[in-house]
Design a protein around this ligand. Structure first.
Ligand code: CA
Length: 226
């Protein structure tokens, strides 16, 4: 999952980005509304953290522009504690949720997990496909009851496929959703990661759909687990 953080307070921006990276997301950052608006308009983010009070272009205007342009990614806005009008304006402009400053990082993380699972049609943090279980809160992966240790890239790949299980995901889509914009992208590496992941999971849950991409099929997984 790839996220965008737009926050002009440098310290807060850094704290948010590092907490989100720690939690297993690829993260891009912007420090003003103009740059952030452009990124959100041109890159396929899975969710955005958007401050309301921003230089060059305020958060409400950014959000209105995205929604007008048909950008539907979930947006969590950051509001000032005593500005109830920010929340009302934010929701009406197309925000999905908000956190008031100052906030606990855990709350931002939990709200983003909720937005991401809702956007992908899941009701809990625990995603299951056959004998593979992934907990988006703890970041733990279990296969047939036994914990599996994944690198951060392997985890990101599996988490994206699990959020989108039942649908074919192309290599191009994976590249766009697993790496931040500064990352040296090479879609060949996706195949390498899929290979490593298959080996570590020890079960054949990731199917290759020739010419199209990869598929995690929950139905096939169930048959296998029985
Ligand atoms: Ca601000």
């Amino acid at each position: 999952m790839r996220l965008l953080v737009i926050e002009d307070d440098k310290d807060l921006n850094r704290q948010l980005v590092s907490a989100l990276e720690q939690a297993g997301y690829a993260v891009d950052r912007a420090f003003d509304g103009e740059e952030g608006c452009f990124l959100g308009d041109t890159e396929p983010y899975d969710a955005v953290v958007l401050d309301i009070g921003l230089p060059k272009k305020d958060g409400i205007t950014v959000l209105e522009e995205w929604r007008r342009n048909g950008r539907i990614m979930p947006v969590l806005i950051l509001t000032a504690r005593d500005r109830w009008s920010d929340k009302v304006q934010g929701f009406d402009a197309g925000a999905d949720d908000y956190v008031a400053k100052p906030f606990h990082m855990e709350e931002v993380l939990a709200r983003l997990r909720a937005l991401l699972r809702r956007a992908t049609g899941h009701a809990t943090n625990e995603l299951t496909c056959g004998s593979v279980r992934l907990d988006t809160k703890s970041g733990r992966v279990v296969v047939g009851g036994a914990p599996v240790k994944l690198t951060s890239h392997e985890y990101r790949l599996l988490a994206y496929l699990m959020h989108h299980m039942g649908r074919v995901v192309s290599r191009g889509e994976l590249v766009e959703h697993l790496y931040d914009q500064d990352f040296d992208r090479d879609s060949n590496t996706i195949e390498v990661f899929v290979g490593r992941l298959r080996k570590k999971l020890g079960v054949d849950v990731i199917q290759t759909v020739r010419g199209l991409g990869y598929l995690l099929d929950p139905a096939a997984g169930e048959a296998e687990a029985r």
